[in-house]
Write a new protein. Structure first.
Length: 192
């Protein structure tokens, strides 16, 4: 059984202090959003705690481990292996931290790119990652911090738009899952 305190202790040693603080921020923020939207707050907290559990690895280690564990590596991930911390994180959450809930694992797997028709837990972790109290320098932070508690889908859409704007400078490195996710949420809000 995954034990939250043991996981925290492990992460505190594995991640640098800044990344550990970010991780706690995402865990608490995810838990708050879960309370707001009727999702299990403990699942959300656990997903938040582990979402960046592979973030300390450098690019060559991320690639090496992903190949070793036979994870699918997209063209964008090959060019920009830091993206792989999400997929590898989901793998490690399952095999090293003993998280078996597939919804939590998917929330970790898709926390960087998002994906079309995300589950409630996926949206919560995705948004919490962007808005947690230790995060600064992201566009529209204040707006998104408020919006997240009013309209979660809209917050997902706004974060994706800002991310896509930022990535437009380097179109080759946009992952196909990011692209599909953006197209999906764009269509959702153009209809309404
Ligand atoms: O791990 P964190 O820094 O907490 O946050 P994250 O895992 O959400 O990563 C955010 C970064 O990932 C942000 O700078 C935008 C970038 N990103 C998101 N989708 C893509 C992407 N980068 C590339 N190259 N391609 C993508 O599709
Ligand atoms: Fe991340
Ligand atoms: Fe994110
Ligand atoms: Fe993060």
């Amino acid at each position: 059984k995954p034990d939250r305190l043991t996981i925290k202790e492990k992460l505190r040693h594995k991640l640098g202090i800044g990344r550990f603080e970010h991780t706690l921020g995402v865990a608490y923020t995810s838990s708050c959003l879960a309370m707001r939207y009727g999702c299990n707050p403990e699942d959300a907290e656990l997903g938040g705690l582990l979402h960046d559990c592979a973030k300390q690895y450098d690019n060559s280690t991320l690639l090496k481990k992903s190949l070793k564990y036979e994870l699918p590596v997209s063209e964008a991930e090959r060019q920009n292996p830091s993206l792989l911390h999400a997929k590898l994180g989901a793998y490690l959450a399952q095999h090293k931290y003993d998280v078996q809930n597939p919804e939590i694992l998917d929330a970790i797997r898709y926390h960087t790119t998002g994906r079309p028709a995300m589950t409630l837990l996926e949206k919560i972790i995705y948004v919490a990652d962007y808005m947690e109290p230790r995060r600064f320098k992201a566009p529209n932070l204040e707006k998104i911090r408020c919006l997240a508690f009013v309209d979660l889908d809209r917050a997902v859409y706004e974060i994706m738009s800002d991310t896509l704007d930022y990535l437009k400078e380097m179109p080759d490195c946009i992952d196909e899952t990011t692209q599909e996710a953006c197209a999906y949420y764009q269509a959702l809000f153009e209809k309404n």
